[in-house]
Design a protein around this ligand. Structure first.
Ligand code: HEM
Length: 386
């Protein structure tokens, strides 16, 4: 029988052995449906750049590793194909330029310092640092009042849970939608100098974009920009604490923080459910013919450990020469927030380890609960002390 996807990790730091790099293979989701697992890096890139594979979850056969409500458009352009995907994504490109994101660096540094100032040992780094930081940053970027962050952090986590019921995840998404619709309506009336205010002024008032389209897009940004960075930060901290020699090298040479972030992105590949697509017509992937209507899961966790591209792929090595991993995806849907995520992670790791030179785990690794049941992999809590 086809192995279960996403399977159970025997070692939380590595993807399950039965999903390791290999030719396209059948896997079975919890809902019983079977799809093709794409785990080689070259084939992953081929699928993600091939317009014969659709990201539109309304197609029958689309893999649902995740019990999100199937209502059309719930995840904005993440689950659309061009030209509609491009029309909506382009609305945001000027907001995510390297120049604009780099201009946020001083504000991000202040946010990191303020959060670190508030920490007393022992502390849970997930709830006190890893989640609040991206939450503050995304609120600031979008123009969402931070005072409301408990409300949307809770809903955002619930909307991405694999263990809650379909009704609960749907209710969380609906709450977030209502909140953001109200906010967008206010911004259309009184534009403010933030992402939602600027897009409201330039695109909604001009009739290019509807209020609803902007509200759904805001929800995607909020959820996508929040969980991912937070989990990489916490899981990345744990990984570095388990490699003291590499952590010491990083502390001695702050320039190593950039390669360290890239290596953590590659090695941890927190989007452990892969990227779902469905074939619109028959496509050959390697030696396999994927029929029209069949689903594929592009399994980034294994693609990022393809021995044809990465030396000693299972080892965490922050001294690795620059590599082209696919932790942010590839092709037309490649992560729009990657520059922002990199700035947040650079600043956060650099300052965390500089501020607390004897930061250490305050429990056994075996006591840590990993996020098997969530959309984004990581740790539920990270007790540390110094
Ligand atoms: C898309 C990963 C941070 C917003 C993606 C995709 C991946 C990814 C793998 C591709 C999805 C697909 O092809 O189906 C990550 C990781 C992050 C991160 C690992 C942090 C460590 C962020 C941040 C934001 C963001 C900070 C927003 C501020 C988005 C959006 C898309 C996306 C809007 C959809 C792009 C499209 O469909 O054209 N991300 N992301 N992400 N990401 Fe991220």
């Amino acid at each position: 029988m086809a192995p279960q996807f996403p399977g159970r990790r025997t070692d939380p730091f590595h993807p399950p052995a039965e999903l390791a790099v290999g030719p396209p293979a059948r896997v079975r989701l919890r809902n019983g449906s079977e799809h093709w697992l794409i785990s080689r890096l070259d084939e992953a890139r081929d699928v993600l750049t091939d317009p014969r594979f659709s990201a539109d979850d309304q197609h029958p056969g689309f893999p649902r590793a995740f019990p999100l409500p199937p209502e059309p458009g719930a995840l904005s352009f993440l689950r659309m194909d061009d030209p509609e995907h491009g029309r909506l994504r382009r609305v945001l490109t000027t907001e995510f330029t390297v120049r604009r994101i780099n201009a946020m660096r001083p504000a991000i540094e202040r946010m990191v310092d303020d959060l670190l100032d508030g920490l007393e040992p022992p502390v849970d780094l997930v709830s006190r640092f890893a989640f609040p930081l991206p939450s503050l940053v995304i609120c600031d970027l979008l123009g969402v009042p931070y005072a409301d962050h408990d409300f949307f952090q809770e809903r955002s986590m619930a909307s991405l849970s694999l263990v809650l019921s379909k009704e609960e995840t749907a209710a969380a998404l609906a709450d977030l939608g209502e909140y953001l619709s109200r906010l967008v309506r206010d911004k259309v009336r009184r534009p403010t100098d933030d992402l939602l205010g600027r897009v409201a002024e330039r695109r909604v008032i001009t009739g290019e974009l509807t209020e609803d389209e902007l509200a759904v897009m805001a929800r995607l940004l909020l959820v996508a920009g929040h969980e991912t960075t937070a989990n990489l930060l916490a899981f990345g901290t744990l990984s570095l604490l388990r490699h003291p020699a590499q952590l010491a090298a990083l502390r001695a040479d702050p320039a190593l923080v950039r390669p360290a972030v890239e290596e953590l992105l590659r090695h941890l590949t927190i989007t452990h459910l892969g990227l779902p697509r469905v074939a619109l017509e028959p496509v050959d992937v390697g030696d396999v013919r994927v029929s029209a209507g069949e689903g594929v899961l592009v399994y980034l966790s294994s693609a990022n450990r393809d021995a044809d591209h990465f030396e000693e792929p299972d080892a965490l090595n922050i001294h690795r020469p620059p590599v082209h991993h696919v932790a942010f995806g590839y092709g037309m849907h490649q992560c729009i927030g990657q520059t922002l995520a990199r700035v947040e992670l650079d600043v956060a790791f650099a300052r965390l380890f500089a501020r607390f030179p004897d930061l250490r785990l305050d429990c056994d690794v075996s006591d840590i609960r990993f996020r098997d049941g969530e959309f984004v992999y990581g740790v539920h809590a990270l007790p540390v002390t110094w």
